[in-house]
Design a protein around this ligand. Structure first.
Ligand code: NAG
Ligand code: NAG
Ligand code: NAG
Length: 181
């Protein structure tokens, strides 16, 4: 090969190899880290792992990054559920009074949860992990209160509320791994 051909050959080789090496080096690392972050989530480990993976940013994230992703996912969930409750309570063509009461209670709880998770995100940005924990724990209590408001009756909201509760409870477990590392 002439030198110039060799150069082109080598640079093409490098270009085609580098991206694969980056992917190969990052993929197992981030998957292990997600599993490490989710290690204390017991029965809800699958939800913990799949929810973190649903955010593409989790691929490059360190443990701190995964914790903030978990809080943001919980925040987005709370916002979506609050919107959902609003739609349901505005559409009260044949809602029973007890269900309406449940919806009202859950609306209060979710407005609180949205606020508290916003506060958690702010506290996180200041590395005030103890405050983060307090705010996320308050969101777990909101979900419990919403669940109690339906007194065991099943509704679209109680199903979503259960998943939200697991998400925030998982977030507490991730924060524990982060702060005890
Ligand atoms: C809340 O998050 C869960 C898990 O990621 C997801 O399956 C669900 O659709 C979300 N709920 C809403 C209302 O966005
Ligand atoms: C409103 O309530 C009616 C009757 O229960 C139902 O058919 C309709 O799908 C509801 N709309 C929304 C947006 O939930
Ligand atoms: C909440 O998370 C803890 C682990 O951090 C777990 O032991 C507990 O079972 C979870 N509770 C619920 C109701 O999911």
């Amino acid at each position: 090969m002439k030198p110039i051909t060799t150069f082109f050959f080598l640079s093409t080789l490098c270009l085609s190899f580098v991206p694969h090496q980056i992917v190969a080096a990052n993929q197992p690392h981030s998957t292990n880290l997600i599993e490490h972050a989710c290690q204390d989530t017991n029965h809800h480990k699958e939800l913990c792992i799949s929810s973190l993976k649903s955010d593409p940013a989790s691929q490059q994230a360190d443990l701190e990054g995964l914790a903030i992703i978990a809080i943001k996912l919980a925040y987005e969930n709370a916002t979506a559920i609050a919107d959902n409750i609003l739609v349901l309570s505005n559409n009260n063509t044949d809602t029973e009074p007890s269900e309406e009461q449940g919806l009202d209670q859950c609306m209060d709880n979710y407005l609180d949860a949205v606020d508290q998770l916003e506060n958690a995100i702010y506290a996180f940005s200041k590395n005030a992990y103890k405050d983060v924990h307090t705010w996320v724990k308050a969101a777990v209590a909101d979900a419990d209160s919403c669940e109690a408001a339906f007194e065991g009756r099943k509704s679209e909201i109680t199903r979503k509320n259960k998943i939200f509760r697991q998400l925030v409870n998982n977030t507490l477990a991730i924060l524990k791994v982060l702060t005890e590392k």
